[in-house]
Design a protein. Structure first.
Length: 96
């Protein structure tokens, strides 16, 4: 859906890294990241907030739940941290 149905340029080359839904199904915390990294975080999160109603309605029509949770979007720094760790480990291997 993010690729084919949303035309917002702020949402290009992003990916969902995790989704956590609370026990009452009231909220779904959606964690996202982008290929370019944290420099795009504010634009991406603003785009997702802008499209949240559309995303929620579309998902609610495709997923059978009595009540569909509200979506809350968060930036996930895990991919960037993992990349940093990989670079540090590569440098250590070179020094050996």
């Amino acid at each position: 859906m993010l690729i084919r149905e949303l035309n917002d340029p702020r949402l290009k080359q992003i990916y969902v890294t995790d989704v956590k839904i609370d026990k009452e199904l009231a909220y779904a915390d959606v964690y996202v990241s982008a290929v370019e990294g944290v420099s795009r975080s504010s634009d991406v999160l603003a785009g997702l907030e802008s499209a949240s109603g559309f995303i929620r309605r579309t998902l609610a029509s495709r997923v059978e739940l009595r009540a569909f949770p509200r979506l809350r979007f968060h930036w996930d720094v895990t991919p960037e941290n993992a990349d940093h760790i990989e670079r540090v480990l590569a440098e250590l291997r070179k020094k050996k």
